[in-house]
Ligand binder design. Structure first.
Ligand SMILES: Cc1cc2nc3c(=O)[nH]c(=O)nc-3n(C[C@H](O)[C@H](O)[C@H](O)COP(=O)(O)OP(=O)(O)OC[C@H]3O[C@@H](n4cnc5c(N)ncnc54)[C@H](O)[C@@H]3O)c2cc1C
Length: 367
């Protein structure tokens, strides 16, 4: 193990583990008032909700894969996996110890096969070529990523036969049944064939075998298939750390109203890794980042803890894009589908907005 790297900082050393939606924003916010180190597996952060558009339009991904160095101009970036935490340091997979006064855990979801930015862009290109070469495409799953992908393909490539197979009773089960029904209707109108309560034997599918048999013995012909597998929560590694008793039964970190890990004075957690009782969404992860940044500043400045901001869980607000113009939205009291929610999200998928929030040009990527 290497000697501890102490970057100085006079009680203002903030280490952020995880440079996703939440971690990148808090690192950016604190970089001019604290000594910030961001640790992540990749040299860039990817806007997750833009990923399905990148498959039908690979150049879209250029703006949604943001190098940490572009916004972290006054902090340092360590490209590694954090594997342990003590009361004073973070240990990385390379054996580097990074000392902290304040620690932020923002590990959200684990990227088991991290790719460098160019490899990720090439992956989008390859997926796009796969779509373009196929006459018929099967999407397996009925979650938001699967629905968004089926919709992107149906809108950009209306001549292709798209089939969506889902083993559950309805699409978008994480939101209300009205949204599911409206989405099903929308997809059918776009000639997407939707098969509910049917599964495909995943270990028997391959792109060579162009005929797929569902659990109801139905046959689906498809030149290729896509399986949008969600990334697992990145919490297993915490079991080896001082936070091993701070997780709930799902591996989520238990936080208080100030977004500090319960029982800890100088360790915060933000984003999807927290046990906050609300739907896990990126725009909420960004709100966590802003609250935690404020609270860390208060503590660093020696102000009273009672001045810290509190976070109140938000009620449900979800927009699932359906191609370039439409979307389905579930708000607290209503469900909408079509151009109105589409106007909010579907044209740019909040990419320009997110880039702007990170202090970058919403349109131009200069590499
Ligand atoms: C396809 C898709 C569409 C979505 N659509 C929307 C949407 O429209 N609107 C919305 O608000 N939300 C959306 N979400 C949800 C949103 O993306 C998540 O809520 C958000 O990404 C959570 O942010 P996070 O920072 O907590 O975690 P993540 O964004 O998952 O970031 C975690 C980071 O931690 C890093 N990491 C993990 N473990 C370690 C480790 N041990 N050491 C160092 N680094 C580590 C990872 O590499 C990653 O960069 C969508 C998600 C997906 C997948």
């Amino acid at each position: 193990m290497e000697k501890a790297v102490d970057f100085g900082g006079g009680g203002r050393r903030v280490v952020v583990i995880g440079g996703g939606v939440a971690g990148s924003l808090i690192a950016k916010k604190l970089q001019f008032i604290a000594d910030v180190t961001l640790i992540d597996l990749k040299e860039y952060f990817e806007i997750p909700w833009a990923s399905l558009r990148g498959m039908v339009e690979p150049s879209f991904a250029e703006r949604s894969l943001i190098n940490h160095k572009d916004y972290l101009t006054n902090g340092r970036f360590v490209a590694s996996r954090a594997i342990n935490i003590t009361n004073s340091d973070v240990l990385t997979a390379e054996g580097r110890l990074v000392a902290y006064d304040y620690l932020v855990i923002a590990t959200g979801h684990d990227d088991r096969f991290p790719k460098i930015r160019n490899e990720r862009l090439a992956e989008y290109q390859a997926e796009n070529e796969k779509i373009k070469a196929a006459h018929s495409i099967m999407v397996v799953g009925g979650g938001p990523s699967d629905v968004e992908l089926a919709a992107e393909i149906a809108v950009d490539f209306p001549e292709k036969k798209v089939t969506l197979v889902h083993d559950g009773p309805r699409l978008l089960e994480f939101i209300g049944p009205k949204a599911s029904d409206k989405t099903l209707h929308w997809l059918k109108n776009k000639n997407v064939e939707v098969k509910l309560q049917q599964s495909i034997e995943l270990d028997r599918i391959s792109n060579e075998n162009k005929t797929y048999i569902t659990s109801s013995r139905e046959t689906i012909k498809a030149d290729c298939h896509f399986l949008c597998i969600g990334k697992p929560l990145a919490s297993a590694w915490l079991k080896e750390t001082i936070l091993k008793d701070s997780t709930d039964g799902f591996g989520r970190l238990k936080v208080d109203d100030n977004l500090r890990i319960k029982g800890r004075k100088n360790i915060f957690a933000i984003g999807d890794i927290t046990d906050i009782k609300e739907i896990k969404q990126g725009y909420l992860a960004q709100k966590h980042a802003l609250i935690a940044a404020k609270n860390i500043k208060i503590l660093m400045d020696g102000e009273k803890e009672s001045k810290m901001a509190t976070y109140k869980p938000h009620s449900i607000k979800v927009i699932v894009s359906l191609g370039r113009q439409d979307a389905v939205a579930q708000f607290q009291f209503t469900t909408l589908i079509g151009l109105v929610p589409g106007f909010i999200k579907s044209k740019d998928l909040f990419v320009g907005k997110t880039r702007k929030q990170m202090g970058l040009d919403p349109h131009i990527v200069d590499y």
